[in-house]
Design a protein around this ligand. Structure first.
Ligand SMILES: Cc1ncc(COP(=O)(O)O)c(C=O)c1O
Length: 398
C-alpha cells in the first residue's frame, strides 16, 4: 500500500528518525548511555522515583535512554504504541508468556514454531503448570477447537521457521478475539519492513532482534510490541523484577541495524526469490519452501499479507541427512551457522541444529525432515551464492 506522508511517515523515515533523543551535546547519531544506574539530585528525588513511579531513570534493568530509543523506533515501525526490549528473542517470549499466564492456564501455539519456542512452552512453562496445545498453523478450525476456558494467548510464527508456511493473521485474530485472548505474532522472518501484523488484527508482536533487526550478526536482542497498556505494565513489571533486559550497548547496535532495515530487506527478498527459482529447477532438489513461488501453498496469502516474501529459503534434497550434509559441507563461502537475518548468507541443517533437541514426534509435527536445508539468503552477489550451493548439489546428481 503506498504510504500517505501527511497521515504517517514512511517506514524508511521512521527507521532513521523515530525515537531519536539528543543529549545536551547535540550529537547527530544516537548516543550510548553505558551506565547501570542513574543519580538523583537528592534523597527525596530518589524516593519519588523508586516508590512513587516519578518520571526518570533509576537503573538500567528497568529503563535506559538508549534502550528506550530502540523501543520507540521499533514501536513506530510496527505501527504500535509501545515496545519493550529484552535480552533476546526467547527472553521476549518468556517475558510475555509469564506476564499473560500463570499456573493452571493455557496457550495455543502453532506446531511449526522455532525449536526453542517449542521447548519453552513444552518444557519450561509446563514445569510452571502452564499447558500448551500445538496446532497446525494453517487451520483456523484447529485453533478454535483447541481453545479452553483457561486459554490466555494464541501464538503464531509467520512465516514459520524453517518451512516458510504462512498463517492467516486476520483469521487467527478472529479466533483469538472470540475467545477473549490476544493473538501474538512472531514477526522475526518478515520484520515490520515486510509485514505489519497489527494491521491484520494481531494484538502483540514478538521479535528476535538478533536476526534482521540487527542484520549483521553482531548481538542478541528481542522485543515485545503492543498497544494494550495493561499488558505493557505486566511485561514491564516482569522485566524489571526478573531482569531479562537489553543492554544499552546492544540497543545501540540494534538502532544502527534498524536504520538500514527497509533497504536490506529489499535486497534479501530480491536474492531469495532468484535463489528459490534456481533451486526449483535443480535436479538434486526435491522441494523448495518459499512463499514467493506460485507453487507454494500459501503464495496467495503471503502476497496479500506481506509486502515481500522474506530472505529465508528452505529446500529438500533427494535423499536424507547424508545428502543434505554433503551440500552443506561443499560450501566455501556460505556460513554454516544457525543464525539468520545476516547480510552474509547462512546455511543450516534444521533437523540436527535448530530442531535437533526436539523429539522425533515434535520434529515430524514441525515438518522438519532429514533432507531439509535452510538458507538465510544474504546480500552477496546472487551468482556467487548459486556457485557455492551448486558445488554440493551438482555432486548429488552425477
Ligand atoms: C522465529 C524465531 N523466533 C524467536 C527466536 C529466538 O530468538 P533469540 O535467538 O534472539 O533468542 C528465533 C531464533 O532463531 C527465531 O528464528
Amino acid at each position: 500500500m503506498p504510504h500517505d506522508p501527511v497521515s504517517a511517515p514512511g517506514i524508511e523515515t521512521l527507521a532513521v528518525r523515530a525515537g531519536q533523543r539528543r543529549s545536551a551535546e547535540s550529537e547527530h547519531s544516537d548516543p550510548i548511555y553505558a551506565t547501570s544506574s542513574f543519580v538523583f539530585a537528592n534523597a527525596a528525588e530518589a524516593a519519588a522515583r523508586f516508590m512513587d513511579g516519578a518520571p526518570g531513570n533509576v537503573y538500567s534493568r528497568f529503563t535506559n535512554p538508549t534502550v528506550r530509543t530502540f523501543e520507540e523506533r521499533l514501536a513506530a515501525m510496527e505501527g504500535a504504541s509501545w515496545a519493550l526490549a529484552t535480552a533476546s528473542g526467547m527472553a521476549a517470549i518468556q517475558t510475555l508468556a509469564l506476564s499473560l499466564m500463570k499456573c493452571g492456564e493455557h496457550a495455543v501455539v502453532s506446531a511449526n514454531v522455532f525449536g526453542s519456542t517449542v521447548s519453552l512452552f513444552d518444557k519450561v512453562l509446563k514445569r510452571c503448570g502452564i499447558e500448551t496445545t500445538f496446532v497446525p498453523m494453517a487451520d483456523p478450525a484447529a485453533w478454535r477447537k483447541a481453545i479452553r476456558p483457561s486459554t490466555r494467548m494464541l501464538f503464531a510464527e509467520t512465516p514459520s521457521n524453517p518451512l516458510c508456511e504462512i498463517a492467516d493473521i486476520a483469521a487467527l485474530a478472529e479466533v483469538a478475539h472470540d475467545a477473549g485472548c490476544p493473538l501474538v505474532v512472531d514477526n522475526v522472518f518478515c520484520t515490520p519492513a515486510l509485514q505489519r501484523p497489527f494491521e491484520h488484527g494481531a494484538d502483540l508482536v514478538i521479535h528476535s532482534a538478533t536476526k534482521y533487526l540487527d542484520g549483521q550478526g553482531r548481538c542478541l536482542g528481542g522485543a515485545v510490541v503492543g498497544n494494550d497498556g495493561g499488558i505493557l505494565d505486566a511485561c514491564f513489571n516482569y522485566l524489571r523484577t526478573a531482569g531479562p533486559s537489553l543492554s544499552p550497548f546492544n540497543a545501540w547496535v540494534l538502532l544502527k541495524g534498524l536504520e538500514t532495515l527497509p533497504v536490506r530487506m529489499r535486497g534479501h527478498c530480491e536474492n531469495a526469490i532468484e535463489l528459490a527459482r534456481w533451486l526449483e529447477r535443480h535436479p538434486a532438489v526435491a522441494k523448495v519452501h518459499y512463499a514467493g513461488l506460485p507453487a507454494h501453498p500459501n503464495h496467495e496469502l503471503a502476497t496479500r499479507q506481506q509486502s515481500g516474501y522474506g530472505g529465508v529459503v528452505s529446500f529438500e534434497v533427494h535423499g536424507a541427512r547424508a545428502e543434505a550434509w554433503r551440500v552443506i559441507d561443499a560450501t566455501r563461502m556460505l556460513s554454516i551457522t544457525a543464525n539468520l537475518g545476516d547480510v552474509r548468507t547462512t546455511i543450516t541443517h534444521p533437523a540436527t541444529t535448530t530442531h535437533g533437541r526436539l523429539s522425533d514426534e515434535q520434529r515430524r509435527r514441525a515438518g522438519v525432515g532429514e533432507g531439509l536445508i535452510r538458507v538465510a539468503v544474504g546480500l552477496e552477489a546472487i551468482a556467487d551464492i548459486k556457485v557455492d550451493l551448486a558445488r554440493g548439489l551438482d555432486a548429488l546428481v552425477v
